[in-house]
Design a protein around this ligand. Structure first.
Ligand SMILES: [Zn+2]
Length: 129
């Protein structure tokens, strides 16, 4: 899916580089402790620019999900599952469910991050924990 892949920017490059290390790393605000995604230049809670990249456990639970049945992109065959995951540390990420081995997604199901190389980038995805 070359046309769909993110292009790292100055702001989010540490996120993508962490993925190459197999680590989910998000920004944590030093003054207020808020952890958030997507990356930004200032804390979305208090506006502070004092942000530090912090390793996450890579675990969470399915907050919501959808099964895509309509094929929008030639290189993304259907069906596939898109999750909204609430990480153990609190922030939400959207990613695909992979290696489900026939198990259907359920709200509250425990998942863990896995990293999949795609082109020049490594994408965080989730599988059942
Ligand atoms: Zn803050």
């Amino acid at each position: 899916m070359p046309g769909l892949l993110p292009i790292p920017t100055e702001v989010d490059r540490p996120f993508w580089e962490a993925g190459r290390e197999g680590v989910l790393r998000l920004q944590r605000c030093a003054p207020c402790g808020h952890i958030f995604f997507p990356p930004g230049r200032r804390c979305v809670a208090c506006g502070s620019p004092d942000l530090h990249w912090t390793d996450m456990a890579g675990t969470g639970e399915i907050w919501s999900w959808v099964v895509m049945h309509k094929q929008y992109f030639a290189d993304m065959p259907t069906p596939y599952v898109v999750l909204r995951v609430k990480l153990t540390e609190g922030p939400y990420l959207m990613a695909n469910l992979v290696d489900a081995k026939g198990r259907a997604p359920e709200i509250g199901a425990r998942v863990r991050v896995v990293f999949q190389p795609e082109g020049d980038i490594v994408l965080p995805q989730f599988t059942f924990a």
